[in-house]
Design a protein around this ligand. Structure first.
Ligand SMILES: Cc1cc2nc3c(=O)[nH]c(=O)nc-3n(C[C@H](O)[C@H](O)[C@H](O)COP(=O)(O)OP(=O)(O)OC[C@H]3O[C@@H](n4cnc5c(N)ncnc54)[C@H](O)[C@@H]3O)c2cc1C
Length: 478
């Protein structure tokens, strides 16, 4: 039997495109190497305890948001808890809460770092986000030079609207805007920009920085039962999902793709890769396809994550998310900040009453971990794990005897489980601007791509925007 669509990889991208195609009545098979779906947005079991692998927040599920649109189209709804505030930021001995409501947040930031320009600045950040999310009609294609040029013209309305924020870096824009800013306030902004843009204000324009700083003004959500449960909900209507099924190699003859997998051979007319661009060339024998993927390996920024997982016992009511900001970059990382997510105390699917599961992540570089002597690797891992654990305990007033278990993952761990070491996808930086980045179609007939290393980058909203763009490339609609 020749399948109409085979989708390799059950991350957010693979799950979204498979669910969207299935909803339109197409024949799809979704193939995932791991026992459960989600990839970076999965939930796993360790010593009988459930943890979110990486992603912990869903943004874009508000009324009219892109994530809501995909779930609605598919006809499923994840079980979510609305989170407000989105983040509690602790820098030195100060705490700043990112309230959703603009006025509430302006009062907070004025007390946190007094400055007369805050109202103007944060109102601008807010308004850029509102205007962007109402813009429709833009898309991005990479199938041919002509289709790429044509698709770039669809961005003209956006360029016309936001041109004054597109040129030059956000750091200079912010410095000009405020007149005077302290290095601590710039660190505060950079730590938040990094969460979404995967780059700091020196590497992105103010438009990207504003969208990153403003995401907390939209509704954000906590997924009940873990992030993996949202992926299960998204794909719940797909009849053919193969988990524990690893794609070993892919050949392409006479327009038919043949996938050799750990569960046998699968043939399909259309192949959608939900794996990272930087790893995909290894599975193809066709030299044109190999070359296509290898072309993009040079934009691999080697950015990744180091993650600390903890179970703690506590009766304290913790917020869902904290960001701790230090004065210096932490060893074996590229960041001064750690993002700490707590399970919801009422979410007994994840943890029993009185226990929290914590996923705490910090940006690192794959080259600190890959190809390093095993003894050194282990030493660095333990050192960073202890350091993060101590920092989190100090700032969130936890004691060692409240920690039930603690363990860590490095880019190498991600390579082992989900076949990728670079995490966070393509950063939309000033040097990595759109025409240089891959899209969801390719010049190869029947080959498509989703996920955070293709348009429109990372996270639930970015990856789902890519899945919708992929649908448009396939059918010319959406
Ligand atoms: C630490 C961290 C925290 C994050 N926090 C958030 C957050 O709070 N909110 C948010 O929206 N985003 C967050 N993100 C980003 C978000 O998780 C990712 O952008 C997104 O999950 C990537 O989805 P993807 O479709 O690219 O697939 P991936 O997650 O890369 O999944 C790819 C899948 O392909 C499978 N696969 C690989 N090779 C094969 C093979 N040969 N055969 C079969 N299957 C294969 C893998 O097992 C995997 O499941 C975070 C990311 C990280 C790393």
């Amino acid at each position: 039997m020749i399948r109409e669509y085979a989708i390799v990889g059950g991350g957010i991208g693979g799950c979204s495109i498979a669910a969207l195609l299935n909803a339109q009545g197409h024949d799809v098979i979704l193939i995932e190497k791991e026992p459960s779906l989600g990839g970076c947005a999965s939930t796993f079991t360790h010593n009988t305890r459930r943890y979110n692998t990486g992603a912990t927040t869903i943004s874009g599920y508000h009324e009219g948001g892109i994530v809501r649109r995909v779930f609605d189209t598919v006809g499923t709804a994840p079980q979510l808890i609305s989170t407000d505030p989105a983040i509690t930021i602790i820098q030195g001995d100060k705490t700043c809460i990112r309230y959703r409501e603009l006025e509430h947040f302006i009062t907070e930031i004025e007390a946190f770092y007094p400055h007369s320009k805050h109202r103007e600045f944060w109102t601008l950040v807010h308004s850029i986000g509102v205007a962007f999310y109402y813009m429709e009609g833009h898309y991005y294609s990479n199938a041919s030079t002509l289709s790429k040029i044509r698709s770039l013209t669809s961005l003209f309305p956006m360029i016309r609207k936001f041109w004054r924020y597109l040129f030059g870096n956000a750091h200079d824009f912010i410095a000009r805007f405020y007149g005077t800013v302290t290095p601590q306030y710039l660190d505060f902004l950079d730590a938040q920009i990094m969460i979404v843009a995967q780059a700091t204000s020196k590497d992105v324009n103010f438009f990207t920085a504003a969208l990153s700083l403003g995401y907390t003004f939209n509704e954000t959500h906590y997924p009940v039962g873990g992030m993996g449960a949202a992926c299960v909900s998204l794909t719940s209507k797909i009849p053919d999902i193969r988990t524990r099924c690893t794609v070993i190699s892919i050949s392409n003859e006479m327009g038919i793709y043949t996938l050799l997998t750990s569960q046998g051979t699968i043939k399909c007319k259309n192949l959608i890769m939900g794996t990272s661009h930087y790893e995909s060339s290894q599975w193809f024998s066709d030299s044109a396809i190999k070359k296509y993927y290898q072309k993009y390996e040079k934009i691999n920024n080697h950015q990744s994550a180091f993650i600390l997982y903890m179970t703690i016992k506590s009766d304290t009511l913790y917020s869902h998310h904290y960001q701790l900001i230090a004065e210096q970059i932490l060893p074996y990382t590229i960041s001064k900040s750690v993002f700490v997510s707590f399970s919801d105390p009422a979410d007994t699917l994840i943890a029993p009453a009185g226990e929290y599961r914590i996923t705490a992540s910090i940006h690192t570089d794959t080259r600190y971990w890959i190809g390093v002597e095993p003894i050194l690797y282990k030493h660095h891992k333990t050192q960073l794990q202890n350091l993060l654990q101590q920092w989190i305990c100090d700032k969130l007033t936890l004691s060692d005897d409240q920690i039930v278990e603690s363990f860590a993952a490095t880019p190498k761990t991600f390579g082992h489980y989900i076949n990728r070491t670079q995490l966070g996808g393509n950063a939309l930086t000033l040097s990595n601007f759109l025409p240089r980045l891959p899209a969801n179609d390719t010049p190869i007939k029947g080959l498509y791509q989703v996920g955070d290393t293709s348009y429109a980058a990372q996270g639930w909203p970015g990856v789902m925007m890519g899945a919708l763009n992929c649908m448009r490339m396939i059918h010319g609609k959406y």
